[in-house]
Design a protein around this ligand. Structure first.
Ligand SMILES: [Ca+2]
Ligand SMILES: [Ca+2]
Ligand SMILES: [Ca+2]
Length: 481
């Protein structure tokens, strides 16, 4: 029960995060042009004020507020009843219930109308408390309602009904000479129900007791890609910074690529641009690393490119002409296809990636890194009771010598038409050499009678492809009689 609630809560939070990202995108498009101009002007203007205060007991002179699109625009107000210590006023945020008509989450930006020079500080600090124990989705600075170039975000901050001080480190203050994004937040309900939180005494500070600022890429992991191909584009993700707080706690924040300097050890194999987008150029090996404040970040990508992709030279054989009554096609250019929910369910432990490609104008599904892949058609289950065969064409560049194999699993949800209930049936067929070959299309025509465990087939709902060949091209997937 607890685990379920937690999962649901995280889902809700992710939903509100997505909403925020969408609304930010909208704003970026609206005022993106203006920002370019402003940045140039900023460089020429050394006179931005270095004001530290954001909200102490009221708005500082340059401060304005904008709610995120889709959020409850009335979520924020100045509160003169509750405030930190003996101070006069605080910022109060009323998070709405789910599906509240006024907006389904609370979120917005406190921005400077003029811009500030924050290069003399090393942290944004504030006090926070809530009407109940809760987890605040995102809090941070650098969201300027534009490009959000230097955004820094604290994710999933636990709060309770006691005031506590929060320190959000500035990863590289020298970047913040003309910053408009002074503070931002976004969060959703707790298990569907709204609550209230207060934030007070928001200011930038130069703290002497935060130390060991460390950048991380790929969330500090050493990532390996061993089969990249020319033309692949990979984004450096998991961009973070950590510092040691006076409490001894390590504070970890999500930061933008603009704080980092990325590099590739072999830029001719793959280069990486200023926002961490890697482009694979040819076969070879390279290592992608990054620096934050001239210190090497934790985490890297070791990338091996195999060069040009190994693709089928020709499309799969064209299936014979059949009366529509004699075929139920899931994927083919030759027939009318029934709807399929997904060609990759991305079930846990599946490493498969799917690509919908064309060879000589013929549509083909390409699977890379295939260990197994779930293909689902639960919304429109297939009744293949009257059919006699299952057909698919496959092509692989991989070694097909024994014991390598390719497996086809069909799953029927049984008489009740839904997953489980004791009536589900399934059967898996294994294809090996000499049927399975390398570098040639193989047309599989498997009698449904061979799927001996598949004792019913009126509610077929899932197809699972698996085996030990990680690169498989698939076409003409259909039942027939
Ligand atoms: Ca106050
Ligand atoms: Ca095709
Ligand atoms: Ca069932």
């Amino acid at each position: 029960m607890l685990a379920n609630n937690f999962k649901e809560l995280n889902m809700k939070k992710n939903q509100s995060l997505h909403r925020v990202l969408f609304s930010l995108l909208g704003l970026m498009i609206l005022i993106g042009m203006g920002c370019q101009k402003r940045d140039v002007a900023d460089l020429q203007n050394p006179s931005f004020p270095s004001t530290a205060e954001v909200f102490i007991d009221d708005f500082t002179s340059d401060l304005a507020y904008a709610a995120f699109g889709g959020s409850d625009v009335k979520a924020f107000q100045v509160d003169n009843q509750v405030a930190y210590g003996s101070t006069r006023q605080s910022m109060r945020f009323d998070v709405p219930d789910d599906n509240s008509p006024g907006g389904s989450y609370a979120g917005g930006v406190f921005f400077s109308k003029t811009g500030r020079n924050l290069s003399g500080f090393n942290a944004l600090t504030f006090y926070i408390k809530a009407s109940q124990a809760a987890t605040i989705g995102v809090l941070g600075f650098g969201n300027d309602l534009g490009a959000n170039k230097y955004q820094v975000t604290l994710i999933d901050l636990p709060v309770n009904s006691n005031w506590k001080k929060v320190i959000i480190p500035i990863p590289d203050a020298s970047k913040l000479t003309a910053e408009k994004g002074l503070f931002y937040y976004s969060t959703g309900s707790q298990a569907g129900r709204g609550y209230t939180f207060w934030i007070d005494e928001v200011r930038f500070e130069k703290l002497g007791d935060i130390a060991n600022l460390q950048g991380l890429i790929f969330t500090g992991q050493d990532r390996v890609i061993s089969n990249a191909e020319t033309g692949d584009k990979i984004t450096v993700d998991g961009l973070q910074a950590t510092v040691n707080l006076p409490t001894g706690v390590n504070q970890r924040v999500a930061i933008t690529p603009h704080y980092f300097t990325f590099s590739s050890s072999s830029p001719l194999v793959a280069n990486v641009n200023e926002v961490g987008l890697i482009t694979v150029l040819t076969a070879g090996n390279t290592t992608i690393t990054a620096k934050l404040n001239n210190n090497t970040a934790i985490g890297k990508l070791t990338l091996t490119s195999v060069g040009q992709a190994n693709l089928p030279a020709t499309p799969a054989p064209v299936p014979p002409t059949r009366s529509p009554a004699n075929v139920i096609s899931m994927y083919s250019n030759a027939y009318t296809n029934v709807p399929v929910d997904t060609w990759n369910t991305r079930w846990q432990f599946s490493t498969a990636d799917e690509f919908f490609i064309q060879i000589s104008n013929d549509n083909i599904i390409r699977y890379k890194n295939l260990n197994f892949v779930g293909i689902e058609f639960t919304s429109n289950k297939i009744n293949a009771s009257a059919m006699t065969h299952f057909h698919l064409d496959i092509w692989t560049p991989d070694n097909t010598a024994l014991p390598n194999n390719f497996k086809v699993l069909l799953i029927d949800f049984g008489a009740n038409g839904t997953f489980g209930g004791g009536d589900d049936v399934q059967h898996e067929i294994t294809i090996i050499r000499p049927t399975l070959v390398t570098g040639n299309w193989v047309s599989l025509d498997i009698p449904l009678a061979s799927f001996t465990g598949l004792t019913t087939r009126a509610n077929l709902a899932q197809l699972v492809l698996s085996g030990s060949i990680p690169n498989v091209f698939v076409d003409n997937v259909y039942f027939y009689r």
